[in-house]
Write a protein that binds this ligand. Structure first.
Ligand SMILES: Cc1cc2nc3c(=O)[nH]c(=O)nc-3n(C[C@H](O)[C@H](O)[C@H](O)COP(=O)(O)OP(=O)(O)OC[C@H]3O[C@@H](n4cnc5c(N)ncnc54)[C@H](O)[C@@H]3O)c2cc1C
Length: 406
């Protein structure tokens, strides 16, 4: 196994690191740059985005033909981790959820015409996007088979009725992907539709209050009462909604993990800085074995997370879904992020609980990581299903052609 980075990837990583250090961390340090929901305010964001774009540090995840850098998932893992050293990093480089996952999905699945219409404006940073799948009880949440939002054919169009909630970015997004039921078939009952915010027949019912800081546009409840979608705005084909979901959520879960590793490293960075200088009972904190145990464990757990992410990235770069690898990375890194923020707060004492560092922001944000894009328990269920199917083959390696011939 070769962990050497190609020169272009290392150069981009270093550029991102320098940009975060020089341009983003100073903005993050000044609370005047935060909006009412704890995210970077538009006035502070716009010049940073323009600068990042001018440097070519923009939409790395999108193919070159459609305005990005065409990075594979392993290369993205290196760069996304670096971006999220700052809580504001990913959005500056146009790599924040949910636009990140939506761009990758459209790049992968949309037709050329659909890409021109729905993808290009997101890549250009002209509009934001949202992915609407989850529904309140008794609709679809962990189990997409329970989706109740319906789309009925009317001539060449589809007419949608139903309700969604926790749709990230919906307030202010212009391009939506919507998952709706078009038949009762267990495998082919769902269809993905694209629609524009200005289309009549739907509304944002409310922006749901949450415990953490919010992505731009919040997390919203949406009502559909006659949204009309032309047939040309069906993504991938009628009845292919589960395929769209699989293609959308796998890579997006993994890019969450890449970013969360960056946040976890930031927590350790702040903890080490403080523990390295803070004196108590005649010693620096970092000289105490109990503190060393905490930091050493975190450092190791971050490295385990990076290896799990790289393995899953490798699977996707080979053209496979990497479902079990993504599930393992998602469970591990979501819990790691929570642990990293908690430990760093503990080691910083009262300072850790204050808004003088981003630790409390990360701590509040971290709790969602174990829920979004599949709760821990659902991913463990997926792993157990793979185990039942594959047995000892669960832990197999790719083998080079010709190996074992001797
Ligand atoms: C901050 C945030 C942003 C989100 N953004 C979006 C978005 O942009 N678009 C979107 O469509 N959705 C979004 N969601 C919704 C998210 O994807 C769902 O919350 C998630 O899929 C779980 O669904 P649910 O909330 O309906 O939980 P439920 O399905 O009601 O499950 C509740 C709990 O039951 C347990 N559970 C469920 N299934 C199993 C099982 N098989 N075995 C054991 N235990 C189980 C788990 O502990 C789970 O947390 C967001 C959620 C949050 C919190």
């Amino acid at each position: 196994m070769d962990f050497t980075l190609p020169a272009e990837i290392e150069a981009t990583r270093a550029e991102i690191a320098a940009f975060v250090e020089a341009e983003i961390l100073p903005v993050e340090a000044d609370r005047a740059n935060y909006d009412a929901h704890g995210n970077i305010a538009d006035a502070a964001l716009a010049p940073l985005r323009a600068k990042a774009r001018a440097q070519g540090l923009w939409a790395l995840q999108v193919s070159r033909d459609w305005g990005g850098r065409g990075f594979g998932k392993m290369a993205m893992a290196v760069c996304y981790e670096e971006m999220n050293r700052s809580i504001f990093g990913p959005v500056v480089f146009n790599s924040a959820a949910p636009d990140d996952g939506n761009m990758m999905m459209l790049d992968m699945l949309a037709t050329e015409d659909q890409k021109r219409r729905w993808l290009t404006p997101i890549v250009n940073g002209e509009v934001r996007s949202a992915f609407a799948m989850t529904e309140p009880h008794p609709g679809g949440g962990s189990d997409p088979g329970m989706i109740q939002t319906r789309a009925r054919r009317d001539g060449d169009d589809w007419v949608v009725t139903g309700r969604k909630w926790f749709i990230t970015g919906a307030e202010g997004a212009a391009h939506f992907t919507l998952m709706a039921r078009t038949s009762d078939d267990a495998r082919e009952g769902l269809t993905a539709f694209q629609f524009h915010k200005d289309a009549p027949g739907w509304r944002v019912e409310r922006r749901i209050g949450i415990m953490g800081p919010e992505e731009h546009g919040g997390h919203c409840e949406l009502i559909f009462d006659g949204l009309r979608v032309p047939g040309e705005d069906v993504l991938l084909g009628v009845g292919r909604g589960l395929k769209v979901t699989q293609a959308r959520l796998g890579p997006a879960r993994l890019t969450h993990c890449m970013r969360w590793l960056g946040l976890s490293k930031r927590c350790v960075e702040i903890a080490v800085d403080y523990a390295g200088s803070r004196m108590g009972f005649g010693q620096r904190l970092i000289e105490r074995e109990s503190v060393q145990m905490m930091l050493g464990k975190l450092a190791m757990d971050i490295e385990i997370g990076r290896l799990l992410v790289m393995k899953a990235a490798y699977e996707i770069d080979q053209g496979r879904y990497g479902q079990k690898e993504v599930s393992m990375a998602k469970i591990h890194v979501a819990n790691l992020l929570h642990q990293a923020a908690d430990t760093a707060i503990q080691l910083n004492g009262a300072r850790g609980y204050s808004t003088d560092t981003p630790l409390e922001w990360i701590y509040r944000y971290a709790r969602q990581a174990r829920l979004v894009d599949g709760a821990d328990e659902v991913h463990r269920m997926v792993l157990s299903r793979h185990l039942a199917k594959l047995g000892r083959g669960f832990w197999s390696w790719d083998v080079a052609e010709g190996a074992g011939d001797a």
